[in-house]
Design a protein around this ligand. Structure first.
Ligand SMILES: Cc1cc2nc3c(=O)[nH]c(=O)nc-3n(C[C@H](O)[C@H](O)[C@H](O)COP(=O)(O)OP(=O)(O)OC[C@H]3O[C@@H](n4cnc5c(N)ncnc54)[C@H](O)[C@@H]3O)c2cc1C
Length: 349
């Protein structure tokens, strides 16, 4: 079978590049291991415009945010599925220092509010809001598992999806094509998440594993809450009295069997967000693929012109991924340069 691109992995990365290449009329096949637990299947999927100690947004990040929202809305329209939710975020300050940094930089002395920020109305007693907070607009939530399933259906309808494991050791290459089993592709794009650590083509890229835990909880007294809450830890409303909450970074832990350490850690964090009683009804954890500080790396292998890479989506993959996938597609098809910091050829690490 002769195709343009074989994409290895249908997590967020593989899905995003698949959409771009299909849109450009390319013949693709996506092969995925169909694992029950992956970073994309567990991810919270939060889209947070402003993070850090002071509110601020760079023009580059804003462009990525707008690209991401447009991409997900377009994909919803194409597939008829619903996975992107435009939700406000209640940003609660953890202490006076944080409150001062956020308020003085934007809302004090009668200055206009940052376009992403607005006053926050709070019902006393429901959340730990003793230091105040702000309402952050422009963000939301990607229900990543629903997006992945809608993408899988979209690919299946085009005979462009298969379950399987592509072992890099079985891949052979020439100057013009790469082969895996009976497939001949102009390029093979590896989008394997953290598993690429053992891929012979890319084991030189320093991938950090950072396990993250997420709990699903019931909080009856917060029934009907319509905002994501962020107070270091976050609380995501799923409807009724159900919420997701997390997360943490457990470096060098790669077992995805939920354990007491993760459960206790996230429960403790949730107690800093709300004083209300909660019941834990679910616990999942997965390994994030992190390169440097969540820097996306992509492009064509420096020694194998028919082998490519898309990885390192990290903790902001939902926002940064669509913009980088579009850049990677333009690079592969039209030889457009990649952003220097993302190009694996310019970053031999
Ligand atoms: C607890 C947690 C919370 C998170 N929260 C957020 C968040 O709020 N916002 C955000 O933007 N990001 C978040 N993330 C990060 C997000 O999950 C990642 O950025 C993104 O999902 C990574 O996608 P990926 O496709 O690179 O990797 P993966 O999701 O790991 O996908 C790789 C896919 O490739 C398959 N695969 C691997 N090797 C092979 C092979 N050889 N052959 C065939 N298939 C293969 C795997 O089975 C998998 O399906 C979170 C992650 C975790 C763990």
């Amino acid at each position: 079978m002769k195709i343009d691109y074989l994409i290895v992995g249908q997590g967020l990365a593989g899905s995003l590049i698949a959409w771009q290449l299909l849109e450009r009329g390319k013949r693709i096949l996506v092969v995925d291991r169909d694992e029950e637990v992956t970073s994309s299947k567990v991810a919270a999927g939060l889209v947070t415009p402003l993070t850090g100690l002071r509110p601020g947004i760079t023009p580059a990040f804003e462009e990525r945010l707008l690209t991401a929202k447009k991409f997900y809305w377009d994909a919803e329209e194409t597939t008829g599925a619903r996975f992107f939710y435009h939700l406000p975020i209640a940003k609660l300050f953890r202490d006076e220092t944080e409150a001062e940094a956020w308020l003085s930089s934007d809302t004090s002395e009668g200055k206009p509010l940052h376009p992403y920020l607005a006053p926050l109305g709070l019902t006393p007693g429901l959340l730990h809001s003793e230091h105040g907070g702000l309402k952050m607009n422009g963000g939301g939530w990607l229900n990543v598992p629903v997006f992945l399933e809608a993408t899988r259906q979209h690919l299946l309808e085009r005979a462009a999806y298969a379950i399987g494991r592509v072992n890099a050791d079985e891949v052979t290459t020439s100057q013009t094509s790469a082969h895996w089993r009976n497939i001949e592709a102009s390029k093979i794009i590896f989008a394997e998440g953290w598993r690429s650590r053992s891929n012979r083509f890319f084991d030189w890229i320093k991938m950090h594993s950072a396990l993250g835990d997420i709990l699903e909880v019931r909080i009856p007294a917060l029934t009907g809450l319509s905002e994501i809450v962020n107070r270091g830890a976050w609380l995501l409303p799923l409807g009724g009295d159900r919420f997701k909450t997390g997360s943490n970074y457990r470096h060098n832990v790669t077992s995805t069997i939920p354990d007491e350490t993760g459960r206790t850690g996230i429960s403790g964090k949730l107690k800093t967000v709300t004083p209300l009683p909660f019941e834990i009804i679910g616990h999942q954890c997965a390994v994030r693929p992190i390169i440097r500080r969540s820097q996306i790396f992509c492009g064509i292998h420096p020694a194998y012109p028919t082998i490519a890479y898309f990885n390192g989506l990290g903790s902001k993959g939902v926002v940064n991924g669509p913009w980088h996938a579009a850049r990677l597609a333009a690079h592969l098809i039209d030889s457009e340069p990649l952003p220097q910091e993302a190009d694996i050829r310019g970053n031999l690490i």
